[in-house]
Design a protein around this ligand. Structure first.
Ligand code: ATP
Length: 612
């Protein structure tokens, strides 16, 4: 199944893009003053420039989930940098704009560094502080920015042609908006956009898919800064001036209104809000002076009553119009997990060679709580190894240390004989270690298909630049990933739910999506955290069969944390029993379960609860 035209994730503009990119903006730009008059054409230009800035903020907040309340400052950096490049350094028009975009990107990258440590409110405060510093200091230094009066920016010219007339410049602005839209669109249809969405939804889960969270967060700031810088660099020549007041807190609030009211993460919604608040009021000369007030009221309403914004309401209405398909609940038997055979493993008895996974003397504490206190464990290739123990024994903490979500205080973890104790989670995913979570690790707001595409992040070997340009290599890699995802979805019986958001699936189906996402990445070692939680006995039996199938037919190695003893006995080659953070016993399941210490510490409690 190739990603042909008409499909949501695979379509491309092709030659139509060129027509839109080259002709439509210039036709509209030339027609606007004739239709609207010169003044309104100028106002349209301001609106278009705001729309470009809003797309930049949408990338940062809507896609990557990084809150910025000082966005106008990034636009200002672009405006001043381009102004200085053209007036003080004498660079020609497009070079000045490139300088504005580059400086905007670099400054945003610097502001993004705190985002690696802080989130939410703290990040918002950091961006407000940055914007305030720019507004009261940098944008008012006479030597740099012309002080209070601002920096005059002469009318631009391109290849000897003057762009002083609003309609000429408007054509250029509209072209830039279309260009930015296409870049943004390409981004969201690539692994880069999906990585940003995943980070917005759940950073730990993103890392477990092999996404380098640090790198992609910084990339989001860099790209948003470049987009905002470009918007600012084109705004200056329109106004004939770069002035601090044009990039103050009120303007940042205005950008926030465009993104939140339009619908965070929805390019179309943000553009619609830009037309409603930034373009039409200016062009029609309505809401004069009241647009910010009206927008603020709508912002509060959106946050309180309609968090999805205009786009969210539109999507919801469209979904309701489609025939109702209530999610089936409960957990029926699992379909067969027939998946591509990749790197078939071989059974190896413990011998001279190193174990696939070795954990020795592992320690981890949450403050004063010693969750893991000197745990040892070995997993050999081709085995299914179970970890059991009473609640609070430290099993999940152990799994988190092995998958890289937690860094142990002491001890050693080796994979294929190489120490990985401090290797970050995304690199462990690259080594072939994948995991599931106690609460299904799925990206609820993304579609089922998108989850399967995010899970294959590491298989998409193209660069960010290639993604932005959507080269033929990107298109063919994406088509391959989609094909593999659809194959897995069909095997799991979820092909007809491919476009539905995962949160609309039942709990059992979400578990299936989670497991499918792990398997589609062809891992060597699979870590399962209570895979049978909430399943009916019939579904648990099915699960047991599928796990054995994974080992025998696909050669996978599994480390399973589980409370359901019959499942453990049915599938595990070896069982480790944990109590109070350390190893109580280990060996063949039936032997271990007869161990008096195990019966006493764990099974006694379980049997007692079950009425003996
Ligand atoms: P269960 O079978 O109930 O899932 P578990 O064996 O997986 O339990 P862990 O979840 O690893 O055990 O917890 C081990 C200990 O660490 C428990 O005492 C738990 O209360 C504590 N703990 C776990 N997570 C945290 C946390 N984020 N902050 C503080 N303490 C925690």
């Amino acid at each position: 199944m190739k990603g042909g035209r008409g499909t949501r994730l695979g379509e491309d503009f092709g030659p139509a893009a060129l027509v839109i990119l080259v002709f439509l903006p210039s036709v509209l730009g030339r027609a606007a003053p004739w239709l609207l008059g010169e003044f309104r054409a100028l106002m349209l230009g301001f609106g278009v420039s705001f729309a470009m800035g809003a797309l930049a903020l949408n990338l940062l907040m809507g896609y990557a989930g990084q809150i910025s309340l000082g966005h106008a400052a990034f636009v200002g950096v672009g405006a001043y940098s381009a102004g200085i490049a053209s007036t003080k350094l004498g660079l020609p028009f497009p070079a000045g704009q490139v300088a504005g975009a580059v400086v905007g990107g670099l400054v945003a990258l610097l502001v993004g560094v705190p985002a690696l440590r802080v989130r939410g409110l703290y990040l918002a405060v950091a961006t407000v502080a940055f914007a305030a510093a720019m507004q009261v200091m940098v944008f008012r230094i006479p030597a740099i920015s012309g002080g209070q009066a601002g920096l005059p920016i002469p009318p631009p010219s391109l290849l000897g042609f003057s762009l002083a007339k609003p309609y000429d410049y408007l054509s250029l602005l509209l072209g830039a908006l279309v260009g930015l839209w296409l870049l943004d669109r390409n981004l969201t249809r690539s692994k880069v956009g999906r990585a940003l969405f995943a980070i917005r939804e759940a950073e730990d889960l993103a890392a477990s898919f092999g996404i380098d969270v640090t790198r992609y967060k910084l990339l989001a700031f860099l790209l948003a800064g470049i987009f905002a810088g470009l918007a600012g660099s084109l705004y200056g020549p329109l106004l004939g001036l770069a002035q601090a007041d044009a990039f103050g807190f009120e303007v940042s609030l205005f950008y926030l209104i465009l993104v939140v009211v339009g619908g965070m993460g929805h390019r179309g919604g943000v553009l619609a809000a830009s037309v409603l608040f930034a373009v039409l009021p200016r062009v029609l000369q309505v809401l004069k002076g009241w647009d910010l007030l009206a927008g603020s009221v709508l912002l509060i309403y959106t946050i309180a009553r309609n968090p999805g914004g205009l786009a969210g309401a539109f999507i919801e209405a469209r979904r309701r119009r489609k025939k109702g398909r209530p999610p089936k609940d409960g957990h029926g038997p699992l379909p067969r997990l027939v998946l591509p055979r990749v790197r078939p493993g071989e059974w190896r008895e413990p011998g001279g060679e190193a174990a696939l996974l070795e954990v020795s003397d592992l320690h981890y504490s949450y403050g004063g709580v010693k969750a893991v206190a000197g745990m040892d464990l070995e997993v050999w290739q081709g085995q299914i190894v179970g970890v059991i123990g009473p609640n609070g024994a430290g099993k999940t903490t152990l799994l988190n240390c092995v998958s890289g979500l937690l860094v142990p205080e002491r001890g050693k973890i080796s994979f294929r004989g190489v120490e990985i104790t401090r290797v970050p989670a995304h690199l462990r995913a690259e080594l072939g270690i994948r995991r599931t979570f106690q609460v299904p690790g799925v990206l609820g707001n993304l579609s089922v298909l998108e989850n399967f595409l995010v899970a294959q992040h590491l298989a998409a070997g193209y660069s960010t630049l290639e993604a932005l340009a959507r080269t033929s290599r990107v298109r063919s890699v994406e088509a391959e990933l989609k094909e593999r995802a659809m194959f897995a979805l069909a095997a799991l019986g979820l092909a007809d739910r491919a476009e539905d958001p995962v949160r609309s699936l039942s709990g059992g189906q979400q578990r299936l999506v989670e497991l499918g996402c792990v398997l589609v990445s062809a891992p060597t070692l699979i870590l399962l955290d209570e895979p049978s939680a909430g399943m009916s006995p019939a579904a648990s039996e099915e699960l047991a069969e599928r796990l054995v199938e994974l080992k025998r037919e696909l050669g996978r190695t599994l480390l399973v944390v589980e409370h359901h003893i019959p499942l453990v006995v049915a599938v595990c080659d070896k069982v480790f029993v944990m109590a109070e953070g350390r190893l109580l016993a280990g060996g063949a399941p039936r032997e271990v379960l007869k161990n008096p210490a195990v019966v006493d510490a764990y099974l006694g409690g379980t049997l007692a609860r079950a009425g003996g």
